[in-house]
Ligand binder design. Sequence first.
Ligand SMILES: [Fe+2]
Ligand SMILES: [Fe+2]
Length: 335
Amino acid sequence: MSTDMGGPALRADQNDDLSHTRIMLSRLAANWPRRAYVKKDELDPFFEAGRPGEQGAPGKEDFLEGLLPFKDLPQYQSSSPEMKSRVLSCGWLMYNAKTTQIETEIVNPSCLDIIAGAMPGLRTADAQKAVCETMVDEAYHVHLVEQASRLTRSRRGLENLHIPQFNLVRHMRERQRTGTDPWHGQMVQFATAVVSEIFISDYLHLLSESEEIQPFNRMTVAAHRHDEMVHSPLFRSMAQLFSHDLTVEQRAAFADVLAEPVVWFADRELDIWLSMLRQIGFPKAEEMIRECRSLGAADLTSLDYSEIVTLAEEIGLLDSAAARDSFARQGLITA
Ligand SMILES: [Fe+2]
Ligand SMILES: [Fe+2]
């Protein structure tokens, strides 16, 4: 038996979940004007007297050493304090560039597909409203993050540092090219957006509360996270509504893809690190990154991916053996 949209019949508990999801989506959309950061006063990079001014807070770095993939390696440990500080500024700029690429290359293009009516299950007024609001949020986040990066580049003399495309985006593009019809590309884009939107709050969490880093950097990340705490449940809901309205074949394809962006998100982006380290003249950059590569391109231990597995279970994607295989292949569940 199938639904009128061609998808498989649902269990009674899944039907209950679906009405709960529709109510939640409607509430999230309705609360946006009161909640969104774009509606609040803008952060001031040179905020008030007695606190950091144009030169920033003395003695505070731009980024957390604990987030560097090579923090324990001797090449980094033996570098000068000035070089370490420069590497941390690169880490902050890279972190921001990844955020901007997630917004501009992954999330907002998927929102455009939804607004164009290309994504099943997401053509309702509430879904469309929530997605329009999300696009405003994401465009505002790009403004916040790029403002913070410009300030850092100017303070630290890193105006010309070039940051290439992230593997997260490259992997998504390659996977999009494995299908022949446009829907495949849109589905891969949506799966990558769902995973990114679920992970980004965690990605932002550590810096959003750190007293060790420049206060303006912390405030920028905290402002962004404020909105992302809502995007995460929103995209979980949209994944459920989307999945429900797919045909059996489309659902199987979605289930097959959904685990992959988890590993793409966990990529340690060592090519970008190597490029930046070379640009700032870090001694033995190649040797240090070679050692990092031997530890693996992606670090799944840095991510709590249980939410993706739970989502796949809740929306019934893991009912199929092929989907379980795909999740097992990516190391997210045991076979
Ligand atoms: Fe965002
Ligand atoms: Fe978001």
